[in-house]
Design a protein around this ligand. Structure first.
Ligand code: IMP
Length: 300
């Protein structure tokens, strides 16, 4: 659909029908079968760009290109939303009609970008999501740079990452941020969990520092919190998952990643690093946040 919108918009620009611009955009929207309300919304956006003076209605080449640069993403969003609305309206088969569970978003595997290149996280999420969605990583969409995580909250960082991907690569996506909150340390390392022992993001050094700071602490209660930010159709949604537990006095187990060897969830007699991937996902912060995300997506 993206390609089709691009092609149609390029056709309009090459035609340079300034006076008929509104009509041309409307015809393009009809040709790509957007729903009526989406068509209205798009044309309203077009008029508002003119009335608020984002672009000058006087027809010159530069101005014309600017209008179309603004309109192309509007048209693309309208097309995506319309396709989604059509899928929602599609009558269920007799077989599906008897089931209570909501129909899946798409029978074909739908793609969604997860704003990470962390292989552990990707594996965990792909395992949780199963064959409901094909999860693309940042490298799958050609994003290899480090995305700044400069917010002071988990939700702030998750939103920063999701917005960055949308702004620079044009994909709707979701991003997560996780923190380990330790009560005896006043909630630290929290949002700074990845850089607790310095900017190197060194998990072994982070764990070592945590155990040192916790040496002799009686209250060892802690929790992992994950916030997932979903950016879809111009809207932002947040999902939070949490797991309560305690910090062990020495590392235990070798599975998982990050602080897994020193975190024992309350529901388990052993650390995350001693559990199978499925057992960890069933109770983990990320597993819970992802379940909320999937629940939301499956109802679209
Ligand atoms: P991030 O911001 O989600 O990348 O995670 C922040 C820090 O928490 C990193 O140091 C991760 O290694 C750690 N972390 C995130 N999720 C987990 C987990 O499931 N188990 C253990 N450590 C984690």
């Amino acid at each position: 659909m993206k390609k089709r919108v691009k092609k149609e918009c390029r056709r309009i620009v090459s035609g340079k029908y300034y006076d008929e611009l509104m009509g041309l955009i409307a015809r393009t929207l009809i040709a790509i079968e957007v729903e009526r309300d989406e068509l209205d919304r798009c044309l309203e956006a077009f008029s508002s760009y003119l009335t608020v003076g984002v672009v000058d209605p006087a027809p010159d080449d530069l101005n014309f290109k600017m209008i179309m640069a603004l309109m192309e993403p509007e048209i693309e969003r309208a097309a995506e939303r319309s396709a989604r609305a059509r899928r929602r309206k599609k009558p269920k088969s007799a077989d599906e009609g008897n089931k209570e569970a909501p129909a899946p978003l798409n029978n074909n595997m739908q793609e969604i970008v997860f704003a990470t290149n962390n292989q552990h996280k990707l594996e965990e999420i792909r395992r949780i999501v199963g064959d409901k969605f094909r999860i693309l990583s940042l490298s799958d969409i050609g994003c290899h740079e480090e995305i700044p995580e400069t917010a002071s909250t988990l939700s702030g960082n998750a939103l920063l990452k999701a917005r960055y991907v949308k702004r620079h690569y044009g994909y709707d996506c979701f991003a997560d941020d996780t923190g380990l909150m330790v009560d005896a340390l006043g909630g630290a390392p929290g949002v700074y969990s990845a850089r607790f022992a310095g900017p190197a993001h060194d998990s072994a050094a982070n764990m070592e520092l945590l155990l040192r700071r916790m040496d002799g602490a009686v209250n060892r209660s802690a929790r992992f919190v994950t916030v997932i930010a979903l950016l879809l159709d111009g809207e932002e949604h947040l999902f939070e998952g949490k797991v309560e537990g305690e910090i062990l006095s020495a590392p235990q187990g070798t599975a998982g990643f990050g602080y897994d060897p020193v975190f024992k969830p309350a529901e388990s007699p052993v650390s995350f690093a001693c559990m199978s991937a499925d057992d960890k996902n069933a109770i983990s912060h990320r597993g819970r946040a992802t379940a909320l995300l999937l629940d939301y997506l499956s109802k679209l």
